[in-house]
Design a protein around this ligand. Structure first.
Ligand SMILES: NC(=O)c1ccc[n+]([C@@H]2O[C@H](COP(=O)([O-])OP(=O)(O)OC[C@H]3O[C@@H](n4cnc5c(N)ncnc54)[C@H](O)[C@@H]3O)[C@@H](O)[C@H]2O)c1
Ligand SMILES: O=C(O)CC[C@@H](O)C(=O)O
Length: 320
């Protein structure tokens, strides 16, 4: 039997790829190199990506044998799912694999923003010992507003409750039972924005959520509030956020994601009260291992006829 080709276009742990077994030939390419990607995908039966590779209609058209695209992570906004479906290509992801990692980074960014950790550290490493300009704010007794109460939003709620925060949530699909279980109060978005001292966004990027937090919404926020985005760039409008921060209508922001990635020249990077990381929400050994294993398992199930090795059948995804 000829091997089926699995093209891996973003870095994934080799141990998880071994789970594919002998029926597959694993090939690698840099998905950011468009020319190489289009050439390599021509012979692929399956394509595995993280967030850096864009799988659009052009890539799908260049891949006549492609049966499945596996996204080793949650968000599938880098994949044209409609075009894939029209082409008969199944898209699978690893929805639970990096919940803990993304939630932990969010909590870290909220703390970092509240205490100016990134700017103070940068200053000290440049030889400046200055304490007076880094007076922060406590989280205890403050209100955290969570926009999007899915896996990550709720995992953040559970963790930040331990910091004695009051939690508000907004999610059109959340039930009162979920809110009760997590000790949070469901409120409309406008109320969440105007009452929260810290706001964190955990919705997928879709046509409905792009610009969800824009100029009008940022005008509702307290000038002492901090805003975190570990979901996707563009959900918080970057130009509106920059203006709000410059006009001191917001105390600070913490961003892991950007409208255009890789992002090295956003004006937001020049503001002292912006804490940033380069899309590291899922970048832990545990999350990467789980995401790759989960997506390999989903790929094997989708291709059918392949028995899933015992080692891959064990539940890997951690509870958030
Ligand atoms: N920074 C990172 O590395 C990283 C890591 C993992 C996930 N993410 C991003 O985080 C997003 C959320 O992940 P998740 O696992 O919690 O997804 P999820 O699907 O479990 O939850 C998303 C929630 O958003 C809600 N929602 C949708 N539209 C909304 C709206 N207009 N207003 C309020 N709520 C709305 C949904 O009802 C759902 O409860 C992913 O789509 C992904 O883009 C980023
Ligand atoms: O691949 C990554 O590292 C990012 C993944 C993350 O954004 C996700 O949506 O799962």
């Amino acid at each position: 039997m000829t091997s089926r080709v699995v093209l891996v276009a973003d870095p994934l742990p080799a141990t998880a790829l071994e789970g594919l077994g002998p029926g597959f030939e694993v090939r690698h390419c840099d998905g950011a190199d468009r020319v190489r990607l289009l050439a390599a995908v021509a012979e692929a039966d399956a394509l595995l990506v993280r967030s850096a590779t864009t799988v659009d209609a052009e890539v799908l058209a260049a891949a006549p044998r492609l049966a499945v695209v596996g996204r080793a992570g949650v968000g599938v906004d880098n994949i044209d799912v409609a075009a894939a479906t029209a082409a008969g290509v199944v898209v699978v992801n690893a929805p639970a694999a990096n919940v803990v990692s993304a939630a932990e980074l969010t909590c870290g960014l909220l703390l970092a923003a509240a205490r100016d950790i990134q700017a103070a550290g940068r200053e000290l490493k440049s030889g400046v010992w200055r304490r007076g300009t880094h007076v922060g704010t406590e989280l205890a007794g403050k209100t955290l507003g969570i926009v999007g109460l899915g896996r990550i939003g709720l995992a953040v709620a559970r963790r930040m409750t331990a910091f004695d925060m009051t939690v508000l949530g907004h999610d059109p699909y959340a039930t009162p039972e979920t809110a009760d279980q997590h000790g949070l109060k469901l409120v409309p978005l406008e109320e969440l924005l105007s009452r929260s001292d810290f706001i964190t966004v955990h919705v997928p990027r879709t046509p409905d959520t792009v610009g969800l937090i824009g100029e009008a919404e940022l005008r509702l926020v307290k000038p002492t509030a901090y805003l975190a985005n570990v979901a996707r760039g563009g959900i918080v409008d970057e130009a509106a956020l920059h203006t709000a921060l410059r006009e001191s209508r917001l105390a600070g922001a913490a961003l892991d994601v950007f409208e255009d990635e890789p992002c090295t020249d956003s004006p937001l990077l020049g503001l002292d009260n912006v804490t940033v990381t380069p899309h590291l929400g899922a970048s832990t050994r545990e999350a990467q291992e789980r995401a790759a294993t989960d997506v390999v398992r989903a790929l094997l199930r989708t291709l059918g006829g392949e028995s899933v090795p015992e080692a891959l059948n064990a539940p890997r995804s951690a509870r958030g």
